[in-house]
Design a binder for this molecule. Structure first.
Ligand code: DAH
Length: 340
């Protein structure tokens, strides 16, 4: 009997400890003090005991009941004082705490838009290393050692390995021959990516910036294909009808090479301050892939034709969002970054 009393008490104390609210407290009360509880049974069984035993255990069982009632009442008071709906007053009209959400950097937004437009036109997105060998960055794209064209790009040379010179890639054109070595034409691909130049920085020059390269190779690719793809890309990107103009220029990896302009996104070609009253905005370089580049990739000479173009992502973002200084992109100023 003694043991049973101790057992019930121990179990109840443990259950009481786990009680979290008034509702579960009521369950404990019913389980231990209710009509069908173990305590009720215990009391019933006392009736059948001899008078001496009754005298011995009666007070013990009564004491147990009293202590259980007491403990449950204490717990009840505690919940009523602290968690009762009436005592817990909440001002539901008070403003909440605003959670600031992160968001994409403007360059990421622009890059994703570009990728989306090109993938819907059937282009593949290719990638290449930022630390590049001299071969893929220069020689493979028809810029051999001592070629004066190398001076057009202010290069960060690094010595990663003995006997092989490496550079922080100066343009995304480094992926052209890498991709060609792995794929057989026809193909169309773009390479968005980070590039590096040893620049004296100013509002339009930065040592670390982004370009994206476009390369289409096949049996009879022509300048007309370039014009069409470029027009459709820029029109989709700026949500306007954009025209393309090409001017002869020189890049070692294309022949013929040209620079190309788009009709001004601000005045639609009539002339304004954005386009210096010319109606055109210069955006990038392009041309028909030089046969030497195909040779570097291991293709047979004159078997394929293709066009390539390349230009700066920052420039597109600056035009779209009317940003006047390229240094804002990596400046880390939160007031700039949170505007997009
Ligand atoms: N790689 C050149 C640069 O960074 C840009 C360029 C010009 C890329 C003409 C091309 C191209 O693919 O055909 O200045």
């Amino acid at each position: 009997m003694n043991e049973k009393i101790a057992q019930i008490e121990k179990k109840m104390l443990k259950d009481l400890e786990e009680v979290k609210d008034l509702k579960s407290l009521e369950k404990v009360r019913i389980a231990y003090l209710g009509k069908k509880s173990m305590l009720a049974e215990l009391m019933k069984s006392i009736k059948d005991l001899s008078p001496e035993k009754k005298r011995e255990y009666g007070p013990l069982v009564n004491a147990l009941r009293a202590s259980m009632q007491d403990k449950i009442a204490q717990k009840n008071d505690y919940f009523e004082d602290n968690f009762n709906a009436l005592s817990e007053w909440i001002d539901v009209t008070a403003p909440g705490q605003r959670v600031t959400r992160g968001h994409l950097h403007p360059l990421t937004i622009v890059q994703r838009d570009i990728e989306k437009i090109f993938t819907t036109m059937g282009f593949v997105i290719a990638d290449g290393p930022e630390i590049e060998t001299e071969f893929f960055n220069f020689d493979a794209v028809n810029m051999p050692d001592n070629h004066p064209a190398r001076d057009m790009q202010d290069t960060f040379w690094i010595h990663a390995e003995k006997n092989v010179r490496h550079v922080l890639r100066t343009h995304t054109s480094n992926v052209q021959v890498r991709y060609m070595q792995e794929h057989t034409p026809p193909f169309r691909m773009i390479v968005p990516g980070r590039v590096f130049r040893q620049e004296a920085t100013d509002a339009s020059h930065e040592h670390t910036f982004h370009q994206f390269e476009t390369l289409v190779v096949g049996k009879s690719i022509s300048v007309a294909n370039f014009l069409h793809i470029a027009e459709s890309f820029f029109s989709q990107f700026f949500h306007a009808e954009i025209k393309i103009r090409v001017r002869p220029s020189y890049f070692p990896f294309v022949e013929p090479g040209f620079e190309f302009d788009i009709s001004c996104t601000n005045c639609e070609g009539s002339g304004c301050s954005t386009c210096q009253r010319t109606g055109w905005i210069e955006v990038g370089g392009a041309g028909m892939v030089h046969q030497n580049v195909f040779l570097a990739a291991g293709y047979e000479k004159n078997k394929y034709t293709g066009f390539a173009w390349g230009f700066g992502l920052e420039r597109l973002a600056m035009m779209r969002y009317k940003i006047d200084d390229i240094r804002h992109f990596h400046g880390g100023d939160i007031r700039f970054a949170t505007q997009f």
